[in-house]
Design a protein. Structure first.
Length: 95
């Protein structure tokens, strides 16, 4: 019997539920679930497709989860979402 093991990432929180409302992710499957959720409104960009592909690769072939995480952050930025802790310095400058 095959067991799907979680592929862990450096935890992040993404502003997917609206301005100032964050959802936490600790695994690549959580990243993929957010990308495929109805909450992700910007699906046409190259960064979205790259993030989805990198997530699938990390889940199916156990490739580097850091690459999937970085692609997800890029896609979130493309969609206009903040990601914590990655955007803290930028948010402090703007605030």
């Amino acid at each position: 019997m095959a067991v799907d093991l979680p592929v862990f990432i450096k935890p992040l929180q993404v502003e997917i539920d609206g301005m100032g409302r964050y959802r936490k992710a600790e695994t690549v499957d959580q990243l993929a679930a957010m990308l495929l959720s109805g909450k992700w409104h910007h699906r046409g960009g190259d960064k979205f497709h790259s993030a989805l592909m990198r997530s699938v690769e990390a889940l199916e072939f156990y490739t580097d989860a850091d690459i999937a995480r970085a692609a997800f952050v890029d896609a979130a930025h493309e969609a206009g979402m903040h990601v914590l802790p990655d955007d803290i310095a930028e948010m402090k400058k703007a605030g």
